[in-house]
Design a protein around this ligand. Sequence first.
Ligand code: SAM
Length: 394
Amino acid sequence: MLKRARELVRRGQSEAALTLARAHAQTAGDPASRLALGRVLLLANQPAAAARVFETLAAETPDLPGVADALAAAWRRDARYAEAVALAAAAADPGPQLLYEAAMSLAALGEAEPALAAFDRGLGMEPTLAAAWFGAAGPALEVGGFAAAIDRLQRALACPGAAGRYWAPLWALKRLSGDAAGAETVFAAHLAGHPRRRPLADSLAALLPAAIPAARVFGLSAPLLRHALTAAAVPGLVIEFGVRRGTSIAVLAAAAVQEVHGFDSFEGLPEAWGSAPQGVLTTGRCLPAVAGNVRLHAGWFADTVAPVLAAHPGPLRLANIDSDLYSSAKTVLDALGPRLVPGSVLVFDEMIGNRHWRDHEWKAWHEHAAATGRRWEAFAVGPFTKQVAIRVVE
Ligand SMILES: C[S@@+](CC[C@H](N)C(=O)[O-])C[C@H]1O[C@@H](n2cnc3c(N)ncnc32)[C@H](O)[C@@H]1O
């Protein structure tokens, strides 16, 4: 069943895959078929629903093989990182998959060294887990710099069945560390003839002419956000567009030492984004617990942003635009336009690296800059996280 459901999801028929998995779980009724249903929900990009299935299973049959791994995966995909980490920490004998989920969650929380330690513990048990070598490259970049991250990527690529998409980050790190010849070799051998592997290389190459020579390169989201905030010297508003469960706004709130505004529908994306369907990333209208200096504004940007800006005059210090879609970024940029001054910083969370990079944040920003004649420069980039931080120059 799982194989057939996976094939249906791959062909874009998620509803058919879910119908199949639900029917199977109902007929068989055993824990294994419910585990399979949860896995199909995860494949269909419904991590919250998958988590509910796995939570029940874990409570009823905690010794079911794979249930802890599956629950940690669902929590991580649902941005419940701390819970995934705690699950692994509480396990008497966590296996490589559970350690992988914990490591990825620690990386998402910006905990580079603990993430590396968890990746390495899992890799000690399963040394050919390509995804773990790859996942470790971002934290390794934070802890050990370019050479350490490149080493992780090369180890990932040496694993049997390594994904072709690992080549572009290797190209990126070589290019960004000044090894132009090494980057060229990787490009010619592994990217030039493989358009599907290339979005990161193509988008980064398009960005670099706008980047300052001293642009910083980050392996994780949190340190890039902290750096962007430090670089945002203009006194003014700090805002996040796209809060979800509050991971990045917690970083901004801790570093900003001022009020931080967070906007989100908490209903997920209003439109499909690439292969992600409308409604993905929803928290079911549940607002996250946030620090005392955060003000949350629940609703669609088109309804919420203008009144809040009207009540808070003055320039923009920093906006973290993490709402994925062109339409959302355009709404935000149209509203923020008059508040941008030289020195204002915008962090785009998904500007590079995706298959559809030209159609969303990239497009909204370039259209805005062209229409307003604003000059800008990129001063930080995250080849793994896809973030780009830019500063308005004029
Ligand atoms: C990628 S998530 C944000 C992730 C978050 N920054 C974090 O640290 O986990 C994108 C969020 O943008 C929100 N969003 C996207 N477009 C929106 C819009 N037009 N109005 C309101 N919320 C929107 C979605 O509800 C979703 O929670």
